[in-house]
Design a protein around this ligand. Structure first.
Ligand SMILES: [Zn+2]
Length: 58
């Protein structure tokens, strides 16, 4: 089972899906994606609970 985060579920108009083995890894990959594709240097602290809530098992 892996952890999945859909960028769209965080409120962005984007079809990117992050898949990883752990929540920590999802967050790392999501931060990279946010930086590379959305120009977000760092996910804002106030957005973290929303991002974590959007992570699902698959
Ligand atoms: Zn995205």
């Amino acid at each position: 089972m892996s952890k999945v985060l859909k960028c769209r579920d965080v409120g962005l108009d984007c079809d990117y899906v992050v898949r990883a083995e752990s929540e920590q890894e999802v967050m790392t990959k999501a931060a990279e994606h946010a930086r590379n594709d959305h120009g977000i240097d760092e996910i804002p602290k106030e957005m973290l609970p929303q991002v974590k809530a959007a992570i699902h098992d698959e």
